[in-house]
Design a protein around this ligand. Structure first.
Ligand code: PRP
Ligand code: MN
Ligand code: MG
Length: 181
């Protein structure tokens, strides 16, 4: 269909559910980082929506920086190959860093990213992700803030893409089979 929302077969989370959960997570972050100078590190491209909404739900001061790192390419499966396409503009040594992600699937992207960022000696380093799949446990990535734990299905919307599309959906759901063929 010409309308992006028509390609969803099932809505897992409505925009209202996403917003409500995100505000609860933001309240936790406000409390945990009170009085500290927080640097949010968004992982392009998927984290753009979460970053925009999370940062505007915070009451504390924060700065934002971005990394582009890709493991998926255009398919629906992780390739396991992680590449830095764009590095941070900020020196994070001595800074309180919170990595912001849309989804953790296998955890390969973040386990690579976290060990890379840790070597730069930030004062603290934590992760916030809007969605997390069960597979993520296998790569033992410690995540401090999780929006929703979701089943192992391919979902799109709210930053999550299929071949670059569907990031602009405000709902999160599964794609109709006709989209793949
Ligand atoms: C997706 C998603 C996460 C990563 C999670 O990014 O946004 O960054 O995959 O998968 P993993 O836990 O199995 O590593 P992708 O590589 O598709 O790039 P994108 O953000 O530009 O869509
Ligand atoms: Mn991503
Ligand atoms: Mg992607």
């Amino acid at each position: 269909s010409a309308h992006v929302a028509d390609d969803l077969t099932r809505v897992l989370y409505t925009p209202e559910q996403v917003t409500e959960r995100l505000q609860a997570v933001a309240a936790e972050i406000d409390r945990d980082y009170a009085g500290q100078d927080l640097l949010l590190v968004g992982v392009l491209n998927g984290a753009v929506m979460v970053m925009a909404d999370l940062s505007r739900s915070l009451s504390i001061h924060c700065r934002m920086d971005w990394m582009a790192i890709s493991s998926y390419g255009s398919g629906t499966q992780s390739s396991g190959v992680v590449r830095i396409l764009k590095d941070l503009n900020t020196d994070i040594s001595g800074r309180h860093v919170l990595v912001v992600e849309d989804i953790i699937d296998t955890g390969l992207t973040l386990s690579y990213l976290i060990s890379n960022l840790r070597s730069r000696e930030p004062a603290s380093l934590e992760i916030m992700t809007m969605f997390r799949k069960p597979e993520a446990q296998r790569n033992a990535v410690e995540v401090k803030y999780v929006g929703f734990d979701i089943p192992n299905e391919f979902v799109v919307g709210y930053g999550l893409d299929y071949d670059g599309r569907y990031r602009n959906l405000t709902a999160v759901g599964t794609l109709a089979p006709h989209v793949y063929s």
